[in-house]
Design a protein around this ligand. Structure first.
Ligand SMILES: Cc1ncc(COP(=O)(O)O)c(C=O)c1O
Length: 387
């Protein structure tokens, strides 16, 4: 079989091998504490599930328009109004199969063969691969804890070329949990504008912000692409539903591409999502956010006590990206050892790029504090027994 050349550059998640091994250990009767999983442990709120069930009973099983159900686009516009006091035309809001679908659409309308897209290393790894799928070139810009994992115009300066078409950022970020403040965002918007490129801001962890201001970059500019999703804050990963807000002039192009590659996002998921903004489900989400904050506070303090270096408090998402050099200079090997010897699964830095990857592990606090406590106790015992 002859596969396309591009496949040579599409890497799997290394953590998947780790997960497979964890499942194997569990099948043999061992217990594993999972701190590698990048999705909320909470199920979708009951009222949202009921809305999805109702749509099935009502036989709402046909395609919707490619850009999404008009009622849902309207609901999201309302959400921006009530949450951020922002007036948005529903026409600019496009419903997609997850943030993943939105990222693909954004890149599909921007990237030519050999176009360059700037992104942070460490960062969400799929972005790099999606750029490659569109025959573009992902240009990694290294960031580290000393600079709060932030891209700034100064840091980006040497990476702009005639071929650069976009800068992709995420706030809060995966894997670091760091947030980009409003002033820093404004300077990135200005910088990208100066270089006649497009800024793509991934706000998928919006709402899961604990110490920073929960704003949207859309309050600063209409000429950027903002990505969001029902996956994380709304606890709907398996429904595969997200959205994007794009500049007015881009809507028709996105419509054409979406019609061709997706036809439409899931109808059932869209009907369920209409309920996601109700008072009932928003109060469930707020309580969950508070719980994530408690988990973050607990795990951050404990990891620091165990010798992991975390310079700045990660302000959002559900991740802590910890420097593990006090324990090992090879985070990949350390993640394997923690699994085999301590029964704790965490994600090695190399899943998120190459810069200082061997010095970092990502911990996800997508488990109750009682489970995190067991994980911490196991790591502590591992350190005592083996280091
Ligand atoms: C930063 C970031 N963007 C996008 C995604 C994809 O999310 P979705 O489930 O909405 O496709 C993820 C998932 O982990 C993510 O961390």
């Amino acid at each position: 079989m002859k596969l396309a050349d591009r496949l040579q550059e599409i890497q799997p998640f290394f953590v998947m091998d780790l997960l497979a091994r964890a499942r194997e250990l569990e099948a043999q009767g061992s217990s594993v504490i999972h701190m590698e999983i990048g999705e909320p442990d909470f199920p979708t709120p009951q009222s949202v599930i009921r809305a999805g069930q109702q749509s099935l009973s009502d036989e709402k099983t046909h395609y919707t328009p490619a850009l999404g159900l008009p009622e849902l686009r309207q609901k999201i516009a309302h959400y921006y109004q009530s949450e951020f006091n922002l007036e948005l035309s529903p026409r600019r809001i496009i419903i997609t199969p997850g943030a993943s679908g939105a990222l693909q659409l954004a890149l599909a309308v921007l990237v030519n063969p050999n176009s360059e897209v700037l992104l942070a290393d460490p960062g969400y790894p799929c972005n790099r691969h999606m750029v490659r799928l569109f025959e573009g070139k992902a240009v990694s810009v290294p960031v580290d804890a000393e600079s709060l994992f932030q891209l700034t115009p100064q840091r980006l300066e040497q990476y702009w070329t005639e071929q650069t078409v976009a800068l992709m950022i995420a706030t809060p970020s995966n894997p670091t949990g760091n947030c980009i403040g409003k002033d820093a965002m404004q300077s990135l918007i200005d910088d990208v504008d100066k270089h006649h490129a497009m800024l793509i801001v991934d706000e998928i962890y919006q709402g899961l912000v604990y110490d920073a201001e929960n704003y949207t970059a859309l309050t600063l500019s209409d000429e950027i692409i903002v990505i969001n999703s029902f996956s994380k804050y709304f606890g709907m990963t398996g429904w595969r539903l997200g959205w994007m807000v794009v500049p007015e002039e881009m809507v028709d192009a996105i419509d054409r591409v979406s019609q061709n590659i997706f036809l439409a996002p899931s109808t059932i998921a869209q009907y369920a999502a209409l309920e996601a903004f109700s008072t009932e489900s928003m109060s469930v989400m707020q309580a969950r956010r508070d719980e994530f904050k408690q988990r973050r506070d607990y795990l951050l303090a404990e990891l620091r006590r165990l010798g992991f270096k975390i310079l700045d408090v990660p302000q959002g998402a559900f991740y802590i990206y910890a420097d593990c050099t006090a324990l090992s200079n090879d985070s990949f090997e350390l993640s394997a050892q923690l699994l085999e010897k301590a029964g704790v699964a965490v994600t090695p830095g190399k899943d998120f790029g190459s810069y200082k990857a061997a010095a970092h592990l990502r911990f996800a606090y997508t488990q109750p504090v009682s489970v995190l406590e067991q994980g911490v106790a196991r790591i502590e015992k591992y350190i005592k027994d083996y280091l």
